[in-house]
Design a protein around this ligand. Sequence first.
Ligand SMILES: Cc1cc2nc3c(=O)[nH]c(=O)nc-3n(C[C@H](O)[C@H](O)[C@H](O)COP(=O)(O)OP(=O)(O)OC[C@H]3O[C@@H](n4cnc5c(N)ncnc54)[C@H](O)[C@@H]3O)c2cc1C
Length: 141
Amino acid sequence: MPRSRCCGLPGLAARGSGRDGSAPILVAVGRGIKAPENIPLAEKLAKLLGGELAASRPICDEGWLPMDRQIGSSGQTVAPKLYLAIGISGAIQHVVGMKGSRTIVAINKDQNAPIFEVADYGIVGDLFEIVPALNEALEKK
Ligand SMILES: Cc1cc2nc3c(=O)[nH]c(=O)nc-3n(C[C@H](O)[C@H](O)[C@H](O)COP(=O)(O)OP(=O)(O)OC[C@H]3O[C@@H](n4cnc5c(N)ncnc54)[C@H](O)[C@@H]3O)c2cc1C
């Protein structure tokens, strides 16, 4: 019995080779990204990793990303091989949509953020320092 289901919306779930048919790598952004002009930072990371961009609800509510990118109780449920949560607090309504991911990595500046309770690997720090550094390292490969 799979730990989660995937609801087959275009863009994420329909893409591919994750355990349940979801995209194998998802880079998800939350309100920590602060402004729509910063989304390309995460988009670049997703591209370098060969993954897709996803988001928490506030990002989609603001119209910064389409609604079909929203993960959570009122969005999609996914179970990729890697879920990278960037600037996402880890509210239960978000976590129910991604907790079935094989490996969860979280980047958050708040060491007490609930996302770290479900993360396999946590990076406490400023995403505006960490994500560009990751992008740079991946570009050199
Ligand atoms: C009925 C209902 C249904 C809902 N359905 C969903 C759903 O489907 N999906 C969903 O996601 N939410 C859903 N929500 C909303 C949910 O409760 C949360 O409000 C939402 O998930 C919070 O989004 P967030 O983590 O992006 O934002 P926030 O909670 O504001 O968290 C932002 C995080 O970014 C971190 N941060 C800030 N700046 C930086 C920085 N420079 N570097 C690193 N980290 C930083 C902060 O420490 C914080 O942890 C629902 C709520 C309700 C009531």
